[in-house]
Design a protein around this ligand. Structure first.
Ligand SMILES: NC(=O)c1ccc[n+]([C@@H]2O[C@H](COP(=O)([O-])OP(=O)(O)OC[C@H]3O[C@@H](n4cnc5c(N)ncnc54)[C@H](OP(=O)(O)O)[C@@H]3O)[C@@H](O)[C@H]2O)c1
Length: 309
């Protein structure tokens, strides 16, 4: 009887090990060998990127230009938009670039989005990178967050993403092809809570759930919706939130992050964390109890709050 149990447990253990080993091999293949898709051929010749004058959005613009896509760059500062356009055009003279100034935190965002809609009418926008996002100036208790900051976060992260998606989707549905990348965050997905940045992580939770539902809704129309989930990436935002001064293995530059991110577009993964070291961090976080992660995040938040006051 005992030996039957030992055999059964051994078989079970073998299959669990085998499953994990196959998962590991698949992960290695995706990280090292899986080719990136021909985005222009599959989805269309234009890409629209929001928040494209800095950080991850700017890196996406360069990378997609390198892949031969024409660009619509959307951001709030026309001087920066022109500078980024000229930099990209110098390096990739064969692509077309249009710029559109839109501050997602302003009151007139709906009418500006309508103007943008007219501007992109007739363009074969195959790829949308909903990258724009803002966070707090520093760690803060919920009751201390200024109403203006709170409204900005909701307007930019939630409304901005939703309006742009709606406008771009119309053309994609008509053409029956498209890829939409929404920028999520580990703050709402990898950790069970993000104390002292509650509104930021809640807005990213919205982005995640919106993406998952749109993924299902638009799959039959040939449109691939994906929520990409970065952890820290060395940008202006990361230096503001986590005093990140330099890149490292776990905190890649925006260019390194985007190199991985573009490779995930078009693969059937509604939610993914493209950068390899981020997925390792996510894996280890998933092994820890929620209560421990909650305590850890709270202590980090309190430490940061003390640093900035
Ligand atoms: N960096 C990270 O560690 C990290 C981690 C997880 C998720 N993310 C997400 O990744 C995305 C990009 O982050 P990032 O680190 O690259 O940020 P970033 O370096 O601060 O760049 C943000 C971009 O958005 C633009 N922008 C900001 N507010 C805007 C507004 N009201 N209207 C229009 N454009 C606006 C900025 O324009 P200006 O140049 O004029 O400021 C800039 O081009 C965000 O959605 C963020 O939540 C980042």
């Amino acid at each position: 009887m005992i030996s039957t149990w030992i055999i059964l447990v051994s078989i079970l253990g073998f299959f669990i090990l085998l499953k994990n080993f196959i998962f590991f091999l698949k992960w290695i293949f995706v990280i090292l060998l899986r080719p990136s898709k021909d985005l222009k051929g599959i989805y269309g010749s234009w890409a629209l990127i929001t928040g494209s004058t800095d950080g991850i959005g700017k890196a996406f613009a360069f990378k997609l230009a390198k892949k031969g896509l024409n660009l619509v760059l959307v951001s709030r500062n026309s001087g920066k938009l022109k500078r980024v356009r000229d930099e990209i055009q110098d390096r990739y003279p064969d692509i077309k670039i249009r710029i559109f100034e839109l501050d997602f935190s302003e009151d007139d965002v709906v009418s500006r989005v309508r103007v943008m809609e007219e501007m992109i009418e007739g363009l074969d926008i195959g790829v949308l990178i909903n990258n724009v996002g803002v966070t707090y100036p520093g760690a803060m208790y919920f009751h201390e967050v200024d109403e203006k900051i709170w409204m900005n976060l909701v307007r930019v992260n939630v409304e901005g993403t939703s309006y742009v998606t709606k406008v771009v989707l119309k053309g994609m549905v008509a053409r029956r092809r498209g890829a939409i990348v929404n920028m999520g965050s580990g703050a709402s997905i990898v950790v069970p809570s993000h104390p002292l940045y509650a509104i930021y992580s809640a807005t990213k939770g919205y982005v995640d759930q919106l993406s998952r539902s749109l993924y299902v809704e638009y799959k039959p129309y040939g449109i691939d919706v994906q929520c990409q989930v970065p952890l820290y990436v060395s940008t202006k935002m990361a230096s503001q939130v986590a005093q990140v001064e330099r890149s490292s293995i776990f905190i890649p530059t925006a260019e390194k992050y985007v190199e991985a991110a573009v490779g995930f577009i078009g693969y059937d993964q509604p939610r993914c964390t493209p950068y390899w070291a981020h997925s390792i961090q996510w894996f280890f976080a998933s092994l820890l109890p929620d209560a421990l992660l909650d305590e850890w995040r709270l202590s980090i938040g309190i430490r940061r709050m003390k640093l900035t006051t």
